[in-house]
Design a protein around this ligand. Structure first.
Ligand SMILES: C[S@@+](CC[C@H](N)C(=O)[O-])C[C@H]1O[C@@H](n2cnc3c(N)ncnc32)[C@H](O)[C@@H]1O
Length: 292
């Protein structure tokens, strides 16, 4: 892991999950295992963890991080949307730290980065499904514009989609840098100010390719209902679309046997943002199941 891949809102998350010795815990987005290692440390000597992720490379990294706790941790490749059916006993706490990991972003060959050249892939689970190349090279212009607008909240979506379609007529897109350059020129934003002009389009493609928002509200409700009495569910979201889903799901649950632990989302402090820029947009929310 190293300091570069510091888990986001670590202390706050563990506090809200109320991790203590013993118990059964679930991390549905284990990534490189940063939060999971801390859950296992605090639940020693006999707390158990089910750690899953849909990315095989993430699980390999997690296996290394969690090696010292191997006897108490079970690793599983799964989409967290499958977890309600896979969990065999009521958990004391469930964590979802949504979105992409530094591991995925940093590896050019995964195709998530607009800064280093790689194939236009962006799939978290590479066992199947469509790639970002399929989306930009095949979808009709209007559909592409809708995706960029809806999942990127990108105001220049129509112009960007038009430019993508014009460019692919000459030759299909193959690499991330090729696409980033075309998007930047179509977005027409002044360089050197604020975020890279291709960021929102890349975010939109990633969300579409991985169906990130599909069924999120429903799965949160199902996971919450699997909790043990006084069990807790904590979710870290990284963009406003995702956070809106979490907020609404938690609000409905708060009227049905759950207690909201965060009236406002918990955000990282200045120190954390300085150390880890990726934490900038993180928002943590949590609920607790009422006592039986
Ligand atoms: C921000 S990272 C998690 C980092 C982790 N908490 C740590 O401390 O290292 C998000 C992880 O969620 C995974 N992920 C995203 N959507 C998923 C889904 N629907 N099902 C399972 N895993 C998912 C990604 O593959 C990625 O590894």
């Amino acid at each position: 892991m190293g300091a570069l891949h510091e888990p986001v809102l670590l202390a706050e998350t563990l506090e809200l999950l109320a991790v203590r010795p013993g118990g059964f815990w679930v991390d549905g987005t284990v990534g490189a295992g940063g939060h999971a290692a801390e859950i296992l440390t605090r639940s020693a000597p006999d707390g158990r963890l089910l750690a899953s992720d849909r990315d095989a490379e993430a699980l390999a990294a997690a296996a290394q991080t969690l090696a010292p706790f191997a006897a108490r941790a079970r690793l599983l490749q799964a989409d967290y949307r499958e977890l309600p059916a896979l969990i065999e006993e009521p958990p004391d706490g469930i964590l979802l730290d949504l979105g992409v990991s530094s591991l995925q972003l940093d590896r050019a060959e995964r195709g998530f980065s607009l800064k280093s050249d790689g194939p236009l892939d962006m799939r978290m689970d590479r066992r199947g499904g469509i790639t970002a190349a399929d989306v930009v090279n095949r979808l009709p212009e209007a559909e592409l514009a809708d995706i960029i607008y809806r999942y990127g909240e990108e105001r220049a979506s129509r112009r960007i989609a038009r430019r993508i379609v014009e460019t692919r007529r000459r030759s299909p897109f193959r690499s991330t840098l090729e696409l980033a350059e075309v998007v930047r020129s179509a977005a027409r934003r002044p360089r050197g100010r604020g975020i890279d002009a291709a960021t929102l389009t890349f975010q939109a493609l990633r969300i579409h390719v991985n169906r990130e928002l599909e069924g999120l509200g429903d799965v949160l409700a199902s996971l919450a209902r699997r909790l043990a009495p006084r069990g807790r569910l904590a979710v870290i979201a990284f963009h406003s679309l995702e956070d809106r889903e979490v907020k609404q799901a938690f609000r409905s649950l708060a009227a049905a046997g759950f207690r909201l632990l965060t009236r406002k989302p918990v955000r990282p402090g200045e120190d954390e943002v300085r150390r880890n820029a990726r934490s900038r947009s993180a928002r943590l929310r949590a609920i607790e199941r009422e006592a039986a």
